[in-house]
Design a binder for this molecule. Structure first.
Ligand SMILES: Cc1cc2nc3c(=O)[nH]c(=O)nc-3n(C[C@H](O)[C@H](O)[C@H](O)COP(=O)(O)OP(=O)(O)OC[C@H]3O[C@@H](n4cnc5c(N)ncnc54)[C@H](O)[C@@H]3O)c2cc1C
Length: 349
């Protein structure tokens, strides 16, 4: 049953919202409500790749990703303009058997429930009156709060409070296939992004990312990409979603917090955001539990700096001659270094 008042109302039961709720409970703030738009297990447009660092973050919350079926797909290949440039024995990206996030998010959801978190499903936020510290859930359930955390993704309800201009578009199509197990990353298909083709256990996940420009027909570009690969698949179940570019305000006033994609905590270059979602959710919770907004603000500053360098790297990488040099000279003569960058350096992300 939903009460009239909570210490903290969290909007969204993704990794950010649930990390926030579990941390609050662990820090003695037990009067918490999580309001989620959908019913779990819910689909989430995400390839669901995680690194060892993300595995460790989940473990800190008590979630064993191996039990959720996470493992390495060993054969990792880099393509440039459809030509194979580098083959790596993958030791940095783990994925679920279905190459999506459904089982991982559902396991985290169950863990939060086991920790005593009250989650109300099919309960989207539909109205918000910050001056009255009141939020409207579902058709007309009015709830008062001391703190509110928007963890509802890039363009959720909370994004109305943020300046959100630039964004990445990510599309994906998941289907049954007999393609060999492997992860193929394609550069040179989109202007400022990449494509992936990941196959495991008879399931293939094909995706495409690019910095979003309203004038482009991305669906057409996606269809042309899979057709170039010789994949003839119906695209009616093609999903697309935005990921943020740039860190947003982590807190407005003294009691309106943002976590995960809602605060822009997604890497603008790689589009990986699960680990940052967990950490930002935790930082928002610690700020609330210790009445100290500096905790989440400090984390936002750290992310801003990191993303500034990622954007710089991205700008350099997407200069055509740099990419040409990297794939034609770098991969050819410095293959060992490329493997080192992926398996050692990126594992730290
Ligand atoms: C195609 C694609 C592929 C990606 N691949 C990867 C990857 O491989 N690895 C990686 O680390 N990251 C990846 N990302 C990024 C990653 O998905 C996000 O960074 C991450 O999900 C952010 O977590 P979150 O908890 O902030 O938001 P979400 O996981 O989006 O959760 C937000 C929750 O809020 C709920 N919600 C939304 N609106 C409302 C509302 N009005 N009321 C109540 N609830 C609401 C949603 O239903 C959802 O459950 C990918 C993204 C895309 C789009």
């Amino acid at each position: 049953m939903i009460k009239k008042h909570y210490n903290t109302v969290i909007i969204g039961a993704g990794p950010a919202g649930l990390a926030c709720a579990i941390t609050l409970m662990q820090n003695g703030v037990c009067d918490v409500l999580v309001a989620e738009k959908y019913k779990f297990p819910r689909n989430k447009c995400c390839a669901g790749y995680i690194t060892q660092k993300t595995v460790k973050e989940y473990a800190r919350f008590g979630l064993d990703t191996e039990e959720c079926g996470y493992s390495y797909i060993e054969d990792f290949k880099l393509f440039f303009k459809h030509k194979l440039r580098q083959r790596i024995k993958n030791r940095f990206l783990l994925t679920s058997r279905e190459i999506n996030r459904v089982s991982l998010d559902y396991a985290f959801f169950r863990l939060a429930v086991d920790n005593g978190v009250q989650i109300e499903e099919n309960m989207p936020v539909t109205g918000h009156f910050p001056e009255k510290n009141t939020v409207i859930l579902g058709k007309n359930v009015s709830v008062e709060y001391d703190n509110i955390v928007f963890a509802d993704g890039t363009f959720g309800f909370g994004s109305a409070y943020q300046k959100t201009k630039r964004r990445n578009l990510a599309m994906q199509l998941v289907f049954k296939s007999d393609i060999r197990d492997g992860i193929d990353i394609h550069f040179g298909v989109t202007k400022r992004g990449y494509c992936w083709v990941s196959s495991q256990n008879g399931v293939t996940n094909v995706g495409m990312t690019d910095e979003y420009r309203g004038s482009k027909d991305y669906k057409k570009q996606f269809k042309s990409f899979i057709s170039d690969l010789g994949i003839s698949q119906n695209t009616s179940s093609l999903y697309s979603a935005f990921t943020p570019i740039g860190v947003r305000k982590p807190v407005i006033g003294s009691n309106m917090y943002f976590a995960g994609d809602a605060m822009g905590a997604c890497d603008p270059f790689t589009l990986s955001g699960v680990r940052n979602a967990l950490i930002s959710g935790e930082k928002a919770a610690l700020s609330i539990a210790r009445s100290d907004t500096r905790i989440i603000k400090r984390y936002a500053r750290k992310l801003k700096l990191k993303f500034f360098f990622m954007r710089l790297l991205m700008k350099t990488f997407y200069v055509p001659c740099v990419r040409w040099l990297m794939f034609n000279v770098g991969c050819r003569f410095l293959g060992g270094m490329v493997t080192f960058v992926f398996n050692r350096l990126l594992n730290k992300k």
